[in-house]
Design a protein. Structure first.
Length: 114
């Protein structure tokens, strides 16, 4: 099983990034997928989630209206479009798969700074 995140980097406040998470080794279309983040000295928190077929999403209040989660089950990939980024969005972002078992990616660093 692998979850491989990509798309992180350094961006100025107000900028955008699109994170991707490529999944393999399990039946991706049967799993709910989420993005979590963890900032230095803070607990890991849920950012956004999407159900197995993409018909339902949920977001942390802090990112509503700025972030969009989506998935492509044909490509076994989940995305996180992040717009209007703020310095407080700086964190390591993790991809998470959940059904009977749970899987985590290794994380990708997002830094929002001028």
């Amino acid at each position: 099983v692998q979850l491989v995140e990509s798309g992180g980097g350094l961006v100025q406040p107000g900028g955008s990034l699109r994170l991707s998470c490529a999944a393999s080794g399990f039946t991706f279309s049967s799993y709910a997928m989420s993005w979590y983040r963890q900032a230095p000295g803070k607990e890991r928190e849920l950012v956004a989630g999407i159900n197995s077929y993409g018909g339902s999403t949920n977001y942390a209040d802090s990112v509503k209206g700025r972030f969009t989660i989506s998935r492509d089950n044909a490509k076994n990939t989940v995305f996180l479009q992040m717009n209007s980024l703020k310095p407080e969005d700086t964190a390591v972002y993790y991809c998470h798969a959940r059904r009977a078992q749970t899987y985590w990616g290794q994380g990708t660093q997002v830094t929002v700074s001028s």
